[in-house]
Each structure stands twice: as C-alpha cells, then as structure tokens.
Design a protein around this ligand. Structure first.
Ligand SMILES: Cc1ncc(COP(=O)(O)O)c(C=O)c1O
Length: 426
C-alpha cells in the first residue's frame, strides 16, 4: 500500500506518513472494507458471498423482523434522528420507555441511554470521577493525600474503559488509576487493602472479555466485596444477550445481579441495534445526567434505535432458543478446537480467539479463511497486547451447523495456529 503524495500545510503530512508507515511496517495498518450485509450471518465483499464470523450479532437480531419493524415504525413517527442532546430536546417517550425496559430487564432501579457503548463507559467513569472529587468520595472528605478516587482496571479491559479512565485521571490530581493483571484477584485485593482511608475505590472489569472471550471471576469479586470497600463497574457488552434468563447478562446468570454498582451494556452487539446504557441506582443515573459529559454534550441516539432495542429485549424473552443455540455452538466449537490442539482461554462464550504467532500470520490466516468463504477478522496489537495477534471468531445463533463445521475445518488447516492461548498481557 502506498501513502498519499500531497503535501499537508505546516509539514504535518510527513508526520502522518511516518506514523502510518510504522503501522504498515509492523503489519498493523488498518483499513475499513466495503461490506454489504445480506442477512444476520452473511455479507457480500467484492461480489462474493461470505459467512460472517466477525460480527457481535450473537442472536441474529440485527435482521429480526420484530426489531426491524419496531425500528421502522418509530423512524416513521419520530424521524430518524433525535435532533438534540437528551438534556436539550432529544429525550422522547421512546427513550423513556427503553430506559424503563432496560432497568426492568437488568433488575436495577434505573437506566440511562447513551449514543454508544463507548459513550456509556465514558459517561459512567466521568460520573464516578466527578462524584468522588466533587462529592468527597465514598467516605466524606479525603484526608489521605492519595486523591479522592482511584480506578482499578483489569489489564484486558476494553479500550473505551481505558480511554475513559485515562481522560479523568491526572498526575497528582484527585483521580488516579492502577491496572491489575487480568483477572488477578489476589493482586486486586492487595491494591484494595493498601488504599488510603477515605479514597473511593472503583474496580472496573468486563463480564465477558471482548477479545479473549473469557469471564471475570464474578464470585471472586463478590467475595472481595465482603472484605473490602469498593464500587464495581461491570461492562456487560458481551455478556448481555448470551447469558442469563432473557439475556440479562452473566451476572444475572450467576445469581449475582446486584453485584455491580454500575453496569454498562451496549445495544450494538447481541441487542442488534446501536447505543449503550448505564444501569444503576436512580441516584447514580441522576448523576450521569449531571456529570456524564458524553451524555450532556452529545446528541441522543435516535428514538427508532431505542424502540428497536425494546423490541430486541422482547425477542430475547420470547425466543430463548436463540441464546441456547449460540451457546451450544460455542461449546461444541470449543471442544473441537481443543481436540485439534488449539487452546483457547477458558470459558464457554461464542468469542473464539485463535492464537497466531505474529501480526503477519494473523493477516495471512484471515486471507486464507476469506478465500474459503468466511469473514474472520485478524486482531493485532494495539487492540490486543503485543504478542497477542489472533483471529477472533464470533458465533451467532444464525450460523448453520454446516457453516460452523466448514469454518472449523478451515481453521484446522491453517498453517500456523499456536497451540497455547493468547498472551493474557497481565
Ligand atoms: C467490552 C466493550 N465495551 C464497550 C464497547 C463499546 O461499545 P459500542 O460499540 O456500542 O460503542 C465494546 C465494543 O466493542 C466492547 O467490546
């Protein structure tokens, strides 16, 4: 691939070229491709039909007739855009109804919609930082000199959580953060036990980790909560829909629905539409509306999307066979990969990371799979830690048995899958 020739004013074109060249040389240059959706599990690229194993549409709801019809009906009545931020004039009955539905589904007091899952994580962290620094933290006043709020972030937490925490933390400021090795609860316990008195501790984790597909130790976190004082922010982006009765999430499935103080979910993955939501106490949701800059200064998601989300949550309740199907596919695919000597991180999620030795090997593997008729994306640093290049396969209830069989046969034929799991980065 060649870089652009045109000179940019002020000479910054060469700086961009330098940065892009470095990406190209390290096999980590990224480009969007034109992908035409055919249905929930198939796409067309360059005139070829491919089975899509790289979408997070776990339950096939992007194309479900009930969801599409609720979305279209609301678009016809409310228009296709919200027109303003929720605090200005962008909050409609469709948004209010979606927030009530989500709160009931997640069994929490209240929910707030955001324009994306990324924005939901940003707003949740901004609110916690503001509450800690303006409101004085969990314990009134901060006499410790260690700052008012400290975020404790799992090493493999999603970029949206990392960006959110980095954007509120300042050296010597009231907000700081530490990263703990992935799922390493003993280390987390040590960090909690050395926290200065009066400093609010906020532990951040995902229920199902987006790139490794493994689960947080929710029971362990529950035990830790009995010993230490902290708030838990749990991102259920990939647990929602796939786990729990009616798709309420992994915490609900484990009987720990009230473990997280703040749960964030995306409406863009199993729910099949777009947007995000923060689920918490009514008081916290009020605080999001007051301190969550990602909500305050951004146009609300379209009402049609909110209506689509309500319909999708109804489908999850009425068609539990979708969840059962994708989970059964995940269990059998994982067993077959293990039998072929390809080790995945533990778990039963439909996210299957196939470890590869290098960025170029993962790109080559994606090309091989595409020529065999499958869209599977190569995931490379910096999305994953250095040394963690992989293919990330995601299964959907809409995949047929023969499509999954054919994909796995093609994966088994790949030249260089590593037999050990991807670097956890911890
Ligand atoms: C764990 C996790 N959280 C948050 C997000 C952001 O969600 P959205 O795509 O809706 O912005 C993602 C998306 O990839 C994710 O995987």
């Amino acid at each position: 691939m060649s870089l652009h020739d045109g000179a940019e004013p002020g000479g910054w074109g060469s700086a961009i070229d330098g940065a892009l060249r470095q990406r190209i040389e390290s096999h980590s240059f990224r480009q969007r491709r034109l992908v035409t959706p055919i249905d929930a599990a198939h796409v067309e690229i360059d005139g070829r039909r491919l089975t899509n194993f790289s979408s997070n549409d776990y339950l096939g709801l992007t194309h479900h007739p009930r969801v599409v019809s609720a979305f279209s009906h609301a678009a016809e009545t409310c228009g296709v855009g919200a027109g303003a931020a929720a605090l200005i004039s962008g909050f409609t009955p469709a948004h209010a109804s979606a927030e009530r539905t989500i709160a009931g589904w997640k069994k929490c007091e209240s929910a707030v919609l955001l324009s994306s899952g990324y924005a939901a994580n940003l707003a949740a962290v901004q609110t916690l930082a503001a509450a800690g620094s303006i409101g004085g933290g969990a314990v009134a006043g901060d006499r410790s000199g260690g700052g008012a709020v400290r975020f404790l972030l799992d090493k493999l937490a999603h970029a949206s959580l990392v960006d959110a925490v980095r954007s509120v933390a300042k050296p010597h400021g009231p907000v700081s953060y530490r990263v703990f090795p992935h799922n390493h609860l003993p280390k987390l316990a040590r960090l909690l036990s050395e926290a200065p008195a009066g400093q609010l501790q906020v532990v951040i984790s995902e229920s199902i980790f987006s790139m490794d597909g493994d689960a947080a130790d929710l029971a362990g976190l529950a035990e830790l909560k009995r010993q230490h004082r902290f708030l838990l922010l749990l991102d259920e982006a990939h647990g929602t829909g796939v786990y729990g009765a009616g798709g309420a999430g992994l915490a609900a499935e484990r009987g720990l629905g009230s473990l997280a103080d703040v749960t964030v979910l995306t409406l863009s993955k199993a729910v099949g539409v777009a947007g995000g939501a923060i689920c918490a106490s009514a008081r916290f949701c009020d605080a999001v509306v007051n301190f969550g800059r990602a909500l305050i200064y951004s146009t609300n998601l379209p009402a049609a999307v909110a209506a689509g989300a309500v319909a999708a949550i109804g489908v999850m309740r009425d068609e539990p066979q979708r969840q059962q199907r994708v989970r059964q596919l995940a269990i059998s695919a994982r067993a077959r990969l293990a039998a072929a000597g390809i080790c995945l991180p533990p778990g039963d999620s439909p996210i299957l990371p196939i470890p590869l030795p290098s960025e170029s090997a993962s790109l080559q593997a994606a090309v091989e799979l595409e020529s065999a008729g499958f869209l599977v994306t190569a995931i490379r640093p910096p999305t994953v830690p250095s040394g963690g290049s992989r293919l990330r396969i995601t299964l959907s209830s809409e995949h047929t048995d023969s499509e999954v069989d054919a994909l796995l046969a093609a994966v088994e034929q790949l030249q260089q899958p590593r037999s050990r799991g991807p670097a956890a980065g911890g």
